[in-house]
Design a protein around this ligand. Structure first.
Ligand code: SF4
Length: 227
């Protein structure tokens, strides 16, 4: 789904990483605190569970038909990833996961197709925090909307530092709204995402858009002089 030269969003650099398609945002409690605590436990789960079926999850989930892989975790400080992937552990261990190496290696989430090459660049450039980065991956059209809204409204360019500050402000506000909701947040295919994005995406959902845009406006008031 990526075009030649496109950024692959999964592990784009030494600091950024993602494990959203490992089911991270399937937790009903998808607050930063809860997901951080789960990711902190990844290395011990990778040692404890010889096969995926050994893992039993007691937590409430958003979609009972979507798995939460026990082997995801922080592979370095603030960098979600897979503890049994050869690039983190040095050997192929994904055969003991539910999807095994073949499906894991071949999958790219809808964000890869939905975001333009330029939007992928600004996402990687500006969004350093793993939680906000994950929210942008879950809901790429919200990221895309936020970038256009910020650059058009405040007449700044995608690579300006102010754009980064306002993008992170908007993503943080959106993350808070997603955490308060009870519906599915991440979809594995673009048709599924398209079917449900109106329930949460700020491009379409005015109830979500208004507080997010208002939060950006307040931040911009202190950041940008009138141009
Ligand atoms: S959710 Fe997307 S960006 Fe994240 S690891 Fe999966 S395919 Fe990569």
């Amino acid at each position: 789904m990526n075009r030649p030269g496109d950024v692959t969003l999964c592990q784009p650099d030494n600091d950024r990483g993602c494990s959203v398609c490992c089911g991270l945002f399937n937790f009903m409690d998808c607050t930063r605190e809860n997901l951080s605590a789960f990711l902190q436990g990844g290395s011990s789960r990778a040692g404890d569970y010889a096969v995926y079926e050994d893992f039993r999850l007691d937590a409430a989930v958003r979609d009972p038909f979507t798995h939460i892989c026990p082997y995801q975790g922080f592979i370095s400080a603030g960098k979600p990833g897979c503890h049994i992937h050869p690039l983190s552990s040095g050997s192929e261990g994904r055969e003991r996961s539910l999807f095994s190496s073949k499906i894991c290696s071949g999958f790219l989430c809808p964000a890869h197709k939905i975001l333009t090459p330029g939007e992928k660049e600004t996402l990687v450039e500006h969004v350093k925090d793993w939680y906000l980065y994950s929210v942008a991956i879950c809901d790429p059209e919200s990221f895309s909307f936020l970038q256009s809204h910020i650059t058009d409204t405040y007449r700044i360019k995608p690579h300006d530092p102010e754009t980064g500050i306002l993008l992170n402000t908007g993503l943080a506000a959106h993350a808070g709204l997603l955490a308060q909701s009870s519906g599915v947040i991440f979809y594995y295919s673009q048709p599924e995402y398209n079917l449900h994005k109106g329930e949460f995406c700020v491009r379409y959902n005015m109830k979500n858009r208004e507080p997010v845009v208002e939060g950006i406006r307040k931040r911009a008031d202190h950041l940008i002089s009138p141009r």
